[in-house]
Design a protein around this ligand. Sequence first.
Ligand SMILES: O=C(O)c1cc(C(=O)O)c2c(n1)C(=O)C(=O)c1cc(C(=O)O)[nH]c1-2
Length: 269
Amino acid sequence: MPPLTPPLATSLDASEGSGGPQDRALDRDAFHAALMAKGDYYHIHHPYQIDMAEGRATPEQLRGWVANRFYYQISIPLKDAALLANCPDAAVRRRWIQRLLDHDGHAGDSGGIEAWLALGEAVGLARVELWSQEHVLPGVRFAVDAYVNFVRRADWREGAISSLTELFAPQAHRSRLDTWPRHYPWIDPAGYAYFRKRLGEARRDVDHGLELALDLCTTSAAQQRALDILQFKLDVLWSMLDAMSLAYQLDRPPYHSVTDRRVYHRGLA
Ligand SMILES: O=C(O)c1cc(C(=O)O)c2c(n1)C(=O)C(=O)c1cc(C(=O)O)[nH]c1-2
Protein backbone atom coordinates (compact mmCIF):
# COMPACT_ATOMS: atom_id res chain seq x y z
CA MET A 1 0.00 0.00 0.00
CA PRO A 2 1.47 3.45 -0.86
CA PRO A 3 2.02 5.94 2.01
CA LEU A 4 -0.84 8.38 2.59
CA THR A 5 1.45 11.34 2.08
CA PRO A 6 4.45 11.18 -0.24
CA PRO A 7 7.90 11.46 1.31
CA LEU A 8 9.06 15.06 1.51
CA ALA A 9 11.79 14.51 -1.10
CA THR A 10 9.14 13.53 -3.63
CA SER A 11 6.61 16.10 -2.57
CA LEU A 12 9.29 18.79 -2.90
CA ASP A 13 9.83 17.98 -6.54
CA ALA A 14 7.03 20.02 -8.06
CA SER A 15 5.27 17.17 -9.79
CA GLU A 16 1.95 17.63 -11.48
CA GLY A 17 -0.79 18.64 -9.10
CA SER A 18 1.53 19.92 -6.38
CA GLY A 19 3.09 23.34 -6.37
CA GLY A 20 1.04 24.46 -9.34
CA PRO A 21 -1.64 27.14 -9.30
CA GLN A 22 -4.20 24.56 -8.07
CA ASP A 23 -2.12 23.67 -5.02
CA ARG A 24 -3.74 24.59 -1.74
CA ALA A 25 -0.48 25.14 0.10
CA LEU A 26 -0.59 27.33 3.19
CA ASP A 27 1.29 30.58 2.94
CA ARG A 28 4.48 30.88 5.02
CA ASP A 29 2.78 32.39 8.09
CA ALA A 30 -0.11 29.94 8.06
CA PHE A 31 2.25 26.97 7.73
CA HIS A 32 4.35 28.36 10.59
CA ALA A 33 1.16 28.61 12.65
CA ALA A 34 0.24 25.00 11.77
CA LEU A 35 3.65 23.81 12.99
CA MET A 36 3.29 25.82 16.20
CA ALA A 37 -0.19 24.38 16.81
CA LYS A 38 1.48 20.98 17.22
CA GLY A 39 2.78 22.36 20.53
CA ASP A 40 -0.57 21.24 22.00
CA TYR A 41 0.85 17.71 21.93
CA TYR A 42 4.29 18.50 23.34
CA HIS A 43 5.52 16.32 26.19
CA ILE A 44 5.29 19.18 28.71
CA HIS A 45 1.56 18.31 28.76
CA HIS A 46 2.24 14.70 29.75
CA PRO A 47 1.12 13.98 33.34
CA TYR A 48 4.67 12.89 34.23
CA GLN A 49 6.10 16.30 33.26
CA ILE A 50 3.20 18.11 34.93
CA ASP A 51 3.86 16.24 38.17
CA MET A 52 7.56 17.14 37.97
CA ALA A 53 6.75 20.81 37.31
CA GLU A 54 4.16 21.03 40.08
CA GLY A 55 6.32 19.47 42.78
CA ARG A 56 4.59 16.10 43.04
CA ALA A 57 7.46 13.96 41.71
CA THR A 58 9.24 11.71 44.19
CA PRO A 59 13.06 11.53 44.18
CA GLU A 60 12.75 8.11 42.55
CA GLN A 61 10.54 9.50 39.77
CA LEU A 62 12.95 12.37 39.13
CA ARG A 63 15.91 9.99 39.08
CA GLY A 64 14.01 7.70 36.73
CA TRP A 65 13.38 10.57 34.33
CA VAL A 66 17.00 11.78 34.42
CA ALA A 67 18.40 8.26 33.92
CA ASN A 68 16.05 7.46 31.04
CA ARG A 69 16.49 10.84 29.35
CA PHE A 70 20.23 10.19 29.37
CA TYR A 71 19.61 7.69 26.60
CA TYR A 72 18.02 10.48 24.55
CA GLN A 73 20.96 12.75 25.31
CA ILE A 74 23.60 10.29 24.09
CA SER A 75 21.51 9.38 21.02
CA ILE A 76 21.03 12.96 19.78
CA PRO A 77 24.62 13.29 18.49
CA LEU A 78 24.28 9.94 16.67
CA LYS A 79 21.10 11.27 15.08
CA ASP A 80 22.78 14.53 14.05
CA ALA A 81 25.81 12.67 12.69
CA ALA A 82 23.42 10.54 10.60
CA LEU A 83 21.76 13.68 9.24
CA LEU A 84 25.15 15.15 8.33
CA ALA A 85 26.11 11.92 6.59
CA ASN A 86 22.94 12.16 4.47
CA CYS A 87 23.28 15.85 3.63
CA PRO A 88 25.07 16.86 0.43
CA ASP A 89 24.80 20.60 1.15
CA ALA A 90 28.00 21.94 2.73
CA ALA A 91 26.35 25.18 3.87
CA VAL A 92 23.74 23.21 5.85
CA ARG A 93 26.38 20.84 7.26
CA ARG A 94 28.47 23.77 8.45
CA ARG A 95 25.57 25.03 10.58
CA TRP A 96 24.18 21.65 11.61
CA ILE A 97 27.52 20.37 12.94
CA GLN A 98 27.25 22.82 15.83
CA ARG A 99 24.59 20.52 17.32
CA LEU A 100 27.13 17.71 17.61
CA LEU A 101 29.60 20.03 19.31
CA ASP A 102 26.93 21.33 21.72
CA HIS A 103 26.33 17.84 23.05
CA ASP A 104 29.75 16.25 22.69
CA GLY A 105 31.69 19.35 23.77
CA HIS A 106 34.69 21.13 22.31
CA ALA A 107 37.47 23.43 23.51
CA GLY A 108 35.90 25.74 26.08
CA ASP A 109 32.64 23.79 26.47
CA SER A 110 32.46 20.38 28.13
CA GLY A 111 29.17 19.75 26.31
CA GLY A 112 25.60 18.75 27.01
CA ILE A 113 26.27 15.10 27.80
CA GLU A 114 28.70 16.15 30.51
CA ALA A 115 26.13 18.65 31.80
CA TRP A 116 23.50 15.89 31.91
CA LEU A 117 25.87 13.68 33.92
CA ALA A 118 26.18 16.58 36.37
CA LEU A 119 22.37 16.75 36.55
CA GLY A 120 22.42 13.04 37.34
CA GLU A 121 24.84 13.60 40.21
CA ALA A 122 22.69 16.49 41.48
CA VAL A 123 19.68 14.16 41.79
CA GLY A 124 21.74 11.35 43.33
CA LEU A 125 22.70 9.21 40.34
CA ALA A 126 26.33 8.16 39.94
CA ARG A 127 27.87 8.63 36.52
CA VAL A 128 28.44 4.91 36.13
CA GLU A 129 24.76 4.33 36.79
CA LEU A 130 23.85 6.54 33.82
CA TRP A 131 26.54 5.16 31.52
CA SER A 132 25.53 1.57 32.35
CA GLN A 133 22.01 2.31 30.98
CA GLU A 134 20.69 -0.01 33.69
CA HIS A 135 17.64 2.19 34.23
CA VAL A 136 16.78 2.67 30.54
CA LEU A 137 13.35 1.12 30.07
CA PRO A 138 12.75 -0.85 26.86
CA GLY A 139 9.91 1.48 25.85
CA VAL A 140 12.19 4.51 26.15
CA ARG A 141 14.95 2.78 24.22
CA PHE A 142 12.59 1.79 21.41
CA ALA A 143 11.16 5.29 21.11
CA VAL A 144 14.58 6.95 21.00
CA ASP A 145 15.91 4.34 18.57
CA ALA A 146 12.92 4.97 16.30
CA TYR A 147 13.96 8.62 16.09
CA VAL A 148 17.61 7.86 15.34
CA ASN A 149 16.68 5.21 12.77
CA PHE A 150 14.18 7.51 11.08
CA VAL A 151 16.89 10.14 10.57
CA ARG A 152 19.39 7.51 9.42
CA ARG A 153 17.08 6.41 6.64
CA ALA A 154 15.31 9.65 5.75
CA ASP A 155 16.20 12.37 3.30
CA TRP A 156 18.21 14.91 5.36
CA ARG A 157 15.44 17.49 4.91
CA GLU A 158 12.95 15.20 6.61
CA GLY A 159 15.55 14.55 9.33
CA ALA A 160 15.86 18.30 9.91
CA ILE A 161 12.09 18.68 10.21
CA SER A 162 11.96 15.90 12.80
CA SER A 163 14.04 18.08 15.15
CA LEU A 164 11.33 20.73 15.20
CA THR A 165 9.87 19.70 18.54
CA GLU A 166 12.72 21.89 19.73
CA LEU A 167 10.41 24.78 18.87
CA PHE A 168 8.76 24.09 22.19
CA ALA A 169 11.78 22.97 24.25
CA PRO A 170 12.94 26.36 25.62
CA GLN A 171 9.61 26.61 27.45
CA ALA A 172 10.29 23.20 29.04
CA HIS A 173 13.80 24.16 30.15
CA ARG A 174 12.60 27.53 31.47
CA SER A 175 9.83 25.89 33.47
CA ARG A 176 12.28 23.45 35.10
CA LEU A 177 14.62 26.30 36.03
CA ASP A 178 11.69 28.22 37.51
CA THR A 179 9.98 25.41 39.42
CA TRP A 180 12.44 22.69 40.38
CA PRO A 181 14.63 24.70 42.84
CA ARG A 182 11.49 25.66 44.74
CA HIS A 183 9.91 22.20 44.81
CA TYR A 184 13.05 20.09 45.19
CA PRO A 185 15.50 21.93 47.48
CA TRP A 186 17.41 18.66 47.90
CA ILE A 187 18.66 18.87 44.28
CA ASP A 188 22.10 20.49 44.02
CA PRO A 189 21.54 23.66 41.92
CA ALA A 190 24.83 22.94 40.08
CA GLY A 191 22.84 20.31 38.23
CA TYR A 192 20.69 22.88 36.44
CA ALA A 193 23.47 24.02 34.07
CA TYR A 194 22.12 21.77 31.28
CA PHE A 195 18.74 23.52 31.15
CA ARG A 196 20.39 26.96 31.20
CA LYS A 197 22.80 25.94 28.42
CA ARG A 198 19.98 24.65 26.20
CA LEU A 199 17.91 27.82 26.50
CA GLY A 200 20.16 29.65 24.03
CA GLU A 201 21.24 26.66 21.95
CA ALA A 202 17.70 25.43 21.31
CA ARG A 203 16.57 28.86 20.11
CA ARG A 204 19.43 29.01 17.62
CA ASP A 205 18.72 25.43 16.42
CA VAL A 206 15.05 26.22 16.02
CA ASP A 207 15.77 29.28 13.92
CA HIS A 208 17.74 27.09 11.51
CA GLY A 209 15.25 24.19 11.51
CA LEU A 210 12.29 26.47 11.03
CA GLU A 211 13.98 28.40 8.22
CA LEU A 212 14.60 25.09 6.41
CA ALA A 213 11.03 23.88 6.94
CA LEU A 214 9.42 27.11 5.77
CA ASP A 215 11.69 27.36 2.73
CA LEU A 216 11.32 23.71 1.72
CA CYS A 217 7.65 23.02 2.32
CA THR A 218 5.86 25.16 -0.22
CA THR A 219 3.34 22.60 -1.52
CA SER A 220 0.42 21.18 0.41
CA ALA A 221 1.88 17.67 0.13
CA ALA A 222 5.23 18.77 1.55
CA GLN A 223 3.52 20.71 4.34
CA GLN A 224 1.33 17.75 5.29
CA ARG A 225 4.36 15.48 5.26
CA ALA A 226 6.23 17.90 7.57
CA LEU A 227 3.28 17.96 10.00
CA ASP A 228 3.23 14.14 9.97
CA ILE A 229 6.96 14.02 10.72
CA LEU A 230 6.52 16.49 13.57
CA GLN A 231 3.70 14.35 14.97
CA PHE A 232 5.96 11.28 14.76
CA LYS A 233 8.56 13.09 16.87
CA LEU A 234 5.93 14.21 19.38
CA ASP A 235 4.91 10.55 19.62
CA VAL A 236 8.53 9.61 20.39
CA LEU A 237 8.69 12.06 23.30
CA TRP A 238 5.23 11.16 24.62
CA SER A 239 5.92 7.42 24.42
CA MET A 240 9.11 7.82 26.46
CA LEU A 241 7.08 9.35 29.28
CA ASP A 242 4.37 6.70 29.00
CA ALA A 243 7.04 4.05 29.67
CA MET A 244 8.30 6.05 32.66
CA SER A 245 4.77 6.51 34.03
CA LEU A 246 4.17 2.78 33.99
CA ALA A 247 7.47 2.03 35.70
CA TYR A 248 7.79 4.82 38.27
CA GLN A 249 4.26 6.14 38.87
CA LEU A 250 2.08 3.09 38.44
CA ASP A 251 4.71 0.68 39.76
CA ARG A 252 4.48 -1.54 36.71
CA PRO A 253 8.00 -1.73 35.31
CA PRO A 254 8.63 -4.38 32.65
CA TYR A 255 8.16 -7.93 33.98
CA HIS A 256 6.78 -6.59 37.30
CA SER A 257 4.37 -9.53 37.46
CA VAL A 258 7.30 -11.95 37.23
CA THR A 259 10.31 -10.39 38.93
CA ASP A 260 11.63 -7.29 40.72
CA ARG A 261 14.89 -7.54 38.82
CA ARG A 262 15.73 -5.25 35.88
CA VAL A 263 16.19 -8.12 33.46
CA TYR A 264 15.52 -6.05 30.34
CA HIS A 265 18.31 -5.66 27.80
CA ARG A 266 20.74 -2.72 27.76
CA GLY A 267 20.82 -2.34 24.01
CA LEU A 268 22.21 -4.74 21.45
CA ALA A 269 25.35 -3.40 19.84
O1 LIG B 1 13.98 18.69 27.80
C1 LIG B 1 13.24 18.76 26.82
O2 LIG B 1 12.01 18.94 26.94
C2 LIG B 1 13.84 18.61 25.49
C3 LIG B 1 13.10 18.29 24.38
C4 LIG B 1 13.75 18.12 23.15
C5 LIG B 1 12.88 17.84 21.99
O3 LIG B 1 11.84 18.48 21.88
O4 LIG B 1 13.19 16.95 21.22
C6 LIG B 1 15.15 18.26 23.08
C7 LIG B 1 15.81 18.63 24.26
N1 LIG B 1 15.17 18.79 25.44
C8 LIG B 1 17.22 18.85 24.29
O5 LIG B 1 17.77 19.20 25.35
C9 LIG B 1 17.98 18.65 23.12
O6 LIG B 1 19.20 18.84 23.13
C10 LIG B 1 17.32 18.26 21.93
C11 LIG B 1 17.79 17.96 20.65
C12 LIG B 1 16.70 17.59 19.94
C13 LIG B 1 16.62 17.13 18.55
O7 LIG B 1 15.55 16.60 18.20
O8 LIG B 1 17.62 17.24 17.82
N2 LIG B 1 15.59 17.64 20.72
C14 LIG B 1 15.94 18.07 21.93
